[in-house]
Write a protein of this length. Structure first.
Length: 287
């Protein structure tokens, strides 16, 4: 029973890590806490939902559509809206992204109504049984995609020219500008990448969670908890934080009460902010 609960938590933690990586990336580079982050998850989920409903395209095959559409949206949001408040006090970015959250959530509610939706694929009820444990194929595939996505993001940041430009801008924007890096363009690319990763995560979320226009805020809160656990702005920490949070919630639901998992999550967050604000590995941004 414990082993099954831990495995379930790890599979859940993989998706937590996936949609938290974009949140961590944006904060690490621009110092912006994106309150509209959950709405990007919601848009990615609805992209897969409508492609499956109208075009019978499998959610995993719709991932490129989510990535491209959310990258374009994220690039434009940063370039034309958030870029205007990057140099302002942090409260301005909070207000700005909160406004974006309200606009996207209410537009989605207006066009798609408040109905709960889900994607039912032929394989959604199929499981792999191994050593007495049940492993849903959809969650295994989602976990694998999440790990590949975080690994790909880490590779892009450390091994490519655009990744080095992003890191240089994050470390010292003025020096990066002197070296010929266009900081505003890098910021827009970064936000676009964060949005694309989050959109892909939304497609993965759609394979086994319900979808509705007001779902975004809960995902924003979870992403914040994950990146605090792993370290704000530290991408590998998002994976560790997601896995820890997923296992913690799964064990709480199994041996205590499912309704207490969120309360325990916030209690752990509270302890982390007091005793380990740089995250478990001590590599997060602390201001």
């Amino acid at each position: 029973m414990i082993a099954q609960s831990i495995i379930t938590g790890l599979l859940l933690g993989g998706i937590y890590a996936a949609y938290s990586a974009g949140f961590s990336l944006i904060f690490g580079v621009m110092g912006v806490v994106n309150i509209a982050h959950g709405e990007l998850v919601m848009l990615g989920a609805f992209t897969s939902y409508w492609l499956y409903t109208l075009g019978h395209i499998d959610p995993f095959l719709s991932i490129p559509f989510s990535a491209v559409s959310l990258f374009i949206l994220g690039y434009m949001i940063q370039r034309f809206i958030i870029n205007r408040v990057v140099d302002a006090p942090p409260i301005m970015s909070y207000i700005c992204t909160f406004g974006i959250h309200l606009i996207i959530a209410n537009l989605a509610l207006r066009f798609w109504t408040a109905d709960y939706r889900s994607i039912t694929t032929p394989y959604c009820g199929s499981n792999l049984e191994c050593a007495g444990m049940v492993l849903p194929y959809a969650r295994l595939a989602t976990f694998g995609m999440a790990i590949l996505m975080i690994g790909g993001l880490y590779f892009l940041l450390t091994k490519t020219d655009i990744g080095r430009a992003i890191q240089a801008t994050a470390q010292d924007r003025e020096m990066a500008r002197l070296m010929g890096v266009k900081a505003n363009h890098v910021y827009a690319i970064t936000f676009g990448l964060g949005a694309a990763i989050t959109g892909v995560s939304g497609s993965l979320v759609s394979t086994y969670f319900v979808i509705y226009p007001q779902m975004g805020l809960s995902y924003t809160v979870t992403a914040f908890c994950v990146v605090v656990l792993g370290g704000m702005g530290y991408i590998p920490g998002a994976l560790l934080g997601g896995l820890i949070l997923g296992v913690l919630e799964s064990l709480t639901a199994t041996f205590w009460d499912a309704g207490m998992s969120s309360a325990l999550t916030f209690f752990v967050l509270f302890l982390m902010l007091i005793f380990r604000p740089a995250g478990i590995m001590g590599k997060g941004v602390v201001e």
